[in-house]
Structures are given as C-alpha cells and as structure tokens.
Design a protein around this ligand. Structure first.
Ligand SMILES: Cc1cc2nc3c(=O)[nH]c(=O)nc-3n(C[C@H](O)[C@H](O)[C@H](O)COP(=O)(O)OP(=O)(O)OC[C@H]3O[C@@H](n4cnc5c(N)ncnc54)[C@H](O)[C@@H]3O)c2cc1C
Length: 392
C-alpha cells in the first residue's frame, strides 16, 4: 500500500466549533492511525486477520470506553470526542473501528449502565486497557433484524444459570475474553449475561470467507449447557430496551465512523484526479470528474454537520434513538456511495490494494447492514414521524 498522505477535508470550518480538547484527541487518533494502522491494514485485510498488535494503541488513544468514567478506567470524555475517535479509526479501517465500537458501546456500556458495582470494577478497567477484549451477542441465525424473537435462553438452577443457544455474526468473538450475551429467562424476558472464556460449553468458532470487514474477526458464540454464575447477570435493566440502548451508542459512533471512511476515499480520489493525466490534462480538469468530487465534499460536509449536531444532543442527553438511526443510515449510505464513485475516479488502480478505497467500499457493505440495516433504520424514521409501525 502507498504511503498515507491523508489530509482531512473541513469545507465548512467545523474545526471552529470544536474545543481544543476535541482537536487534541482527534489529532492524536489521526496521528496514531497514520503511524500504526495505515502501514499494516491492507495486509491484515488481505490475510483476513485482525491485527492484535494494535490493541494497546487503541487503548492508548482512548478508543476503549471514551465516555466511560475514569474511575472505571475509561477516558471520561464527551460524546463528540467519542465520535471524533471513531471517525479517525474508521478513516483507517471500518473493521478496526468495529472492534473499538463493540468494546466500548456494546460491552463496556452495558456493564457500566446495567451492571453491578462489582461487575464494573471487575471488568471495565481490563476492557479499557485492552487486557480483556469483549464481544456482544444479540444476533442469532434465525433472528437478525428481529432480535425480540431470539431463542437463546437461560434457566435458574438455584446457585447458577444454565445458558443454551447460539449467536451468529459476532464481531471479536473468536478472541474475546468476555461476551455480553442477550438471552431469555423462563418467563421470556431478555437479560444480559456476562459469559467468560473458559466456561465449560462455551465456544466461539470463527466465520471465514468474508469479502468485507476482513481485518475484523467475526464468529459465533455457542452455548451448550453453560453454567453462568448468578453474579454475571446484568441486574439493572432487562427487556429488549437494554440491548437497544447499547445499539444507540454504537450506532452513534458509526455515524461518525462512516465519515472517516468517506473522507479517506474523497481525499485519495481528489489527489489522484489532480495527478492523473489523460488526454493531455489532469482528469480533475474534466467536468464529469469534478461533478463526482464536488458532490462528495458536499455530502461529507452535510454528514459532518449531522454528526456534530447529534453529538451536541448526545452531550445534553437529548438525542433520540430515531435521530441516531437517521444519522447512522444517512452517513453510511453517504460513505458507501462516495467509496463507489471514488473507486471509479481511480480507474483500474481503484481495484488494487495500493489504495484504501476498495477496502473501504467492501467494509461499508457490512456497516450498512449491521447495527440495524439501511431499511430497518428507514422504518424507524417512518415510525417516528407517522406513529405507524411498518415492521410487521
Ligand atoms: C461483519 C458483521 C459483524 C456483525 N457483528 C455483530 C455483533 O458483534 N453482534 C451482533 O449481535 N450482531 C452482529 N452482526 C449482525 C447484524 O447486526 C445483522 O446482520 C443485522 O442486524 C441484519 O440481520 P440479518 O443479517 O439476519 O438480516 P435479516 O434480518 O434477515 O434481513 C435481511 C434483509 O431483510 C430486510 N428486512 C428485515 N426485516 C424487514 C422488515 N420488517 N421490513 C423490511 N425489510 C426487512 C433487511 O433490511 C435486510 O435487507 C454483524 C453482522 C456482520 C455482517
């Protein structure tokens, strides 16, 4: 892969709306991605291997639990800082951002929000430092967009719970130390359980042959009569709203992350268009290429504004789930379209691993599907504005 020459577009001077702390955090993440992610990520994706060597760096830039209080090992930052970190990581690779998102929003968040003080103290500092890696098990083979139908279940056996079932498409599963697993009790109520590696009957086979998110490990979580200690049940929230609360946080991070992937594609395409000569002049001088580039920067700028305003609402604890859905849907769609257009600007070179565009494009095919598909988020907006549920 070529040297990383990334320069972030900021067409509407949005930096002026950030605090000095935001910019310091963002710039540290940006520099880390350039130094430690860009040189290795193409090979990791080609090899379909999550590069574990970057775990300490992710912890160092505050990517594991950016908004988790410092007393639990988190970085204690605001929501805009969290978003900016996700943007920079996904500028490098959506798979790396996925690892950080799962760790922060889908593992640390539920333990922090729904866990006991003992659970917080036991797990959060190790997750924040990267000593423990986590996964989040909601999706099942027969229940993706409709997680309420889940069949994974646990029975109260007196001194422990007995967990049975299977989860599919689980990021980080092959190497996770702990998994936050959503399962129904005997009354059919959904609860979160912390399942730890080494528990008998718990296995995590990897899913191979992915063409997308190749630098992120994806797998199953299988539970065959797993004895889960009673102190591993998250006590403070139950029902579908509990996992959906985690998804709100992760989807918010994705809304920012997708901007990073789009910025990288735009920046690469702009540079290439200025340098590539055809018919005696740079292809950037042709109107058709300018249309592509001009529309890209317009869409990136709109997405940046959406994410920043959502971050302000999140900081004030006023962002609704439907507002988060709109931003996730819009920004991922924006990024995938930009990746496709940017790839065309590079002509044949666009399909090679010399440039990051094709990898971003393939990654975004997962990002547009996970954490609620593109269509499901549209239905969430539809329900919010009409009051009519079009899911069933
Ligand atoms: C790489 C990757 C990593 C993932 N990581 C995780 C993870 O860490 N943890 C986790 O729990 N899950 C994870 N997922 C799962 C992901 O969240 C699901 O794939 C997603 O929710 C969609 O579920 P599904 O694949 O079963 O598709 P389905 O639910 O079967 O949907 C198939 C199609 O039908 C459409 N559809 C479904 N219902 C409706 C409806 N009511 N109206 C209109 N259209 C509808 C969908 O929009 C979609 O286009 C991951 C997925 C991928 C690909």
């Amino acid at each position: 892969m070529r040297p990383d020459l990334f320069e972030a577009p900021d067409y509407y001077n949005l930096d002026d709306l950030l605090t000095e702390e935001h910019k310091l955090i963002r710039d540290a993440a940006r520099a880390w991605v350039k130094r430690d992610v860009s040189p290795i990520i193409e090979q990791a994706a080609q090899d379909a291997k999550f590069p574990k060597s970057i775990i300490p760096g992710l912890a160092e830039i505050g990517a594991f639990g950016p908004y988790i209080p410092e007393q639990y090992g988190g970085a204690g930052l605001d929501q805009i800082s969290y978003g900016l970190i996700m943007q920079e990581i996904e500028r490098g690779d959506s798979g790396v951002r996925s690892t950080a998102s799962v760790q922060s929003s889908l593992v640390m968040y539920p333990i922090w929000k729904y866990g006991s003080e003992e659970q917080r103290n036991k797990f959060l500092p190790k997750l924040a430092s990267g000593e423990f890696m986590g996964s989040f098990g909601l999706t099942e083979p027969d229940h993706g967009s409709n997680p309420s139908g889940m069949v994974t279940n646990f029975k109260d056996m007196g001194d422990h719970y007995l967990l049975n079932g299977a989860k599919l498409w689980i990021s980080n599963s092959p190497f996770c130390d702990v998994a936050v697993v959503w399962a129904k009790n005997e009354e059919g109520c959904i609860h979160g359980l912390i399942v730890e590696r080494g528990m008998e009957g718990f296995s995590t086979p990897e899913t191979h042959n992915k063409w997308s998110l190749r630098a992120s490990a994806t797998g199953e979580l299988i539970f065959q009569d797993v004895k889960v200690p009673k102190e591993n049940l998250l006590p403070n929230k139950s029902g579908l709203g509990a996992p959906l609360g985690c998804l709100d946080s992760a989807r918010y991070g994705i809304a920012w992350g997708a901007i990073g992937a789009a910025m990288d594609c735009y920046d690469t395409a702009l540079r290439y268009a200025k340098e590539r000569i055809q018919f005696g002049k740079p292809i950037a001088a042709f109107q058709l290429q300018q249309k592509k580039l001009a529309e890209m920067i317009t869409e990136i700028t709109k997405a940046q504004l959406l994410a920043l305003r959502l971050g302000q609402l999140k900081n004030e604890d006023r962002a609704t789930s439907a507002q988060i859905s709109m931003a996730k849907r819009n920004n991922v769609d924006m990024a995938i379209k930009i990746a496709r257009e940017a790839r065309q600007i590079l002509g044949g070179m666009g399909i090679t691993g010399e440039y990051s565009i094709m990898r971003h494009m393939m990654n975004l095919e997962s990002v547009i599907t996970y954490e609620g598909t593109h269509d499901i988020h549209l239905l969430i907006t539809g329900l919010d504005i009409t009051g009519e549920n079009a899911f069933k």
